[in-house]
Design a protein around this ligand. Sequence first.
Ligand code: ADP
Length: 461
Amino acid sequence: MSRLIVISNRVAVPKGGESGNQGGLAVALQAALREHGGLWFGWSGDTVESFTGNIHRHEGAGVTTATIDLEEQDIDEYYNGFANRTLWPLFHYRIDLTEFERDFAGGYARVNDRFADTVLPLVGEEDLVWVHDYHLIPLGRKLRERGVSNRIGFFLHTPWPPTRLLTALPSHRQLVESLFAYDVVGFHTADWLDSFHHYVTSMMGGTVDGETVTADGRSIRAIVAPIGIDTAEYEAAAESAEARFARDRMHMSATGRALVVGVDRLDYSKGLRERFLGYQRFLANHPDRRGLTSFLQIAPPSREKVDTYQAIRTDLDALSGSINGEYADIDWTPIRYVNRGYPREELAGIYRSARIALVTPLRDGMNLVAKEFVAAQDPTDPGVLVLSVFAGAAQQMTEAVLVNPYSAEEMADAIVTALAMPREERLRRWQALIEGVRREDVFWWCGLFLDALEAKTPELV
Ligand code: ADP
């Protein structure tokens, strides 16, 4: 079996052989690394005055990680710049928030060069190389330029934007061309793959034949591989003592009320403002139901160095305050809005206490909270998932109550539908959802991608 080299912006260092409190992606990649051998390469999270290319190696729990430090300027231009001020908003259809700065593009290229230079000596002849996410799109090409002829795969964890949005990026052609340095390119859903196909056929004169995409004389395999969660582990977490404690706290805090929860990173793509407005509309349209529901939104801040993330925080503070000011009573707070993270077990308990989860991003590559909520439910009395049609997860989770998050009326109606849903229907929908979440878990996803990467590429057959 070939060794595996995983490359991503950040690296999850395994903790003591257990899954610990790591995300499903980290757990699955570590399992793949244990099976294949090899290493996980990325940025250490630390900065240095001047780039050295020194590699910090760490061995633990059967997994080797190798990290490098970057310069402050690298982080400003590559991470906070091109990745999170240019590509992230653009890939989430927010051209209004997209910043186009030459310095960002320069920093992005420079850091991808730095990754290529430092990982190069670590790549053995037969190794499979798997590059992750929008931070590192050009890395495959940079490795090819340095003579790497291994099989290299790329997986995009965000949406792929429509052609007419992508062309707003000055270097769009170069960015897409660099994907043709890979053997396999993976997307979460058929929608994102379709958009990629559209760019290739309409802008590059390329062709699509099944999974084979050809442009400029080079063929790659472009596949759909929807990521899942570590479902078995999540189901167990929901039964843990910590989860039970969190569930009891939730129930005690809202006796006799139906709990509605939202759990998201504080990010404009998550549709938090629209969700608050949808809940406000529900309260406005249904005076008889006021006081009978309690909405808890958990949203820890992220990417605080980027201005738009500070702006959204201020905006949501004001909006939740004004909704509470309008509707709260002496013994009832309509929205509890909490800006911090919780350990996985506690989150699982919170999900299980909820009658409804509102997972309503305006655009999301996949959305794992939707899957976690389903995995955490009581199989005899499950809650209802209200899911945005614009989350990648909606393409698999068709038994959720699907909504258009831009419509406050639709959101309000969905809350009423979910609150009124008979147990039988909740059970039927949940059963269908959990089967999918169990079948297509993160290990299945990892295997799907690696099988594609290990197979010969079309042009080599
Ligand atoms: P994104 O990757 O854009 O943040 P996902 O929904 O795909 O969105 O993944 C988010 C992950 O972060 C999930 O595993 C979720 O449980 C976790 N998460 C989100 N909010 C919190 C929180 N407040 N505390 C702990 N974990 C959180």
